[in-house]
Write a protein that binds this ligand. Structure first.
Ligand code: F6R
Length: 253
């Protein structure tokens, strides 16, 4: 079932309120975070409301899904940079509790093992926030990634490099590899929330709806999660059958 909101701002209002309620109920919540255009209004709204409400974020821990191999944390296209720009620098998190894979790490293999372990040692993810690629990737788990995968290095598909080229001046600068949490790490989160907005996500949402659970469509694994929440705006829902859609109640803001 897809929860359908009128537009990205309505989704941002809803998720911001939901995250704030989670943190109030459990101040040491562990969040799995995503980057990308879809997340920008969500982080902007959350940061604004958290500031207005003087929300205490000092015990919250976050783990990001992924990072490009070869980009340093201060590279403007790195996901570390993105997170600081869109969220971490806007509100009072404890910097010691914010974790992202390091794209410049000398021993990437060792880092991957440590990253998945670290999530477990932190008590596991309470909520994993996800976007989705036009090929169905979640994190950077591209089609045909094993559903048993942990944090690992991936070669980015041509589709993903083209999609993400819009953030780079020159498309050849898009890294060819990334580090990503694995599908198993994502599936172990207590709740998963996948968000898709815009007409350009309509086809992948229809693919998700009609696809069996298959490694060729990575997001399809979420159908086996005990608490999946799939949130779309009307544009991303435009190719879905009516029986798949549940109109969302507006969140007061
Ligand atoms: C990014 C990530 C990716 C994106 C996906 C959608 O951390 O994990 O899976 O969520 O590529 O990106 P946007 O939102 O830019 O369409």
């Amino acid at each position: 079932m897809f929860l359908v909101f009128p537009d990205p701002q309505a989704i941002a209002n809803h998720l911001s309120a939901l995250f704030i309620a989670k943190i109030q109920a459990k101040p040491n919540s562990v969040f799995g975070l995503a980057t990308g255009s879809t997340m920008e209004p969500i982080y902007a709204r959350f940061a604004q409301q958290a500031r207005e409400q003087s929300l205490d974020l000092s015990q919250v821990t976050t783990f990001n899904l992924d990072e490009y191999v070869g980009l340093a944390a201060d590279h403007p296209q790195s996901y570390n940079y993105y997170m600081h720009q869109h969220l971490f620098d806007l509100v009072g998190f404890d910097e010691q509790r914010l974790f992202l894979p390091d794209g410049k790490c000398a021993d990437i293999q060792e880092q991957c093992e440590r990253y998945s372990q670290h999530i477990r040692l932190a008590g596991g993810l309470d909520i994993q926030l996800l976007g989705v690629g036009s090929n169905g990737h979640i994190g950077f788990n591209e089609p045909n990634t094993s559903f048993d995968s942990r944090t690992h290095v991936v070669g980015l598909s041509e589709r993903t490099r083209i999609d993400n080229g819009r953030f780079f001046e020159n498309k050849d600068e898009v890294p060819t590899q990334a580090i990503t949490m694995g599908i198993l790490d994502i599936m172990e989160a207590k709740e998963v929330i996948l968000v898709a907005t815009g007409e350009h996500k309509a086809q992948v949402m229809a693919d998700y709806w009609y696809s069996p659970v298959s490694e060729s469509m990575p997001a399809s694994i979420l159908k086996q999660h005990p608490r999946p929440l799939i949130i779309v705006d009307e544009a991303a829902a435009s190719l879905l059958p009516a029986q798949a859609c549940q109109p969302a109640m507006a969140t007061a803001c």
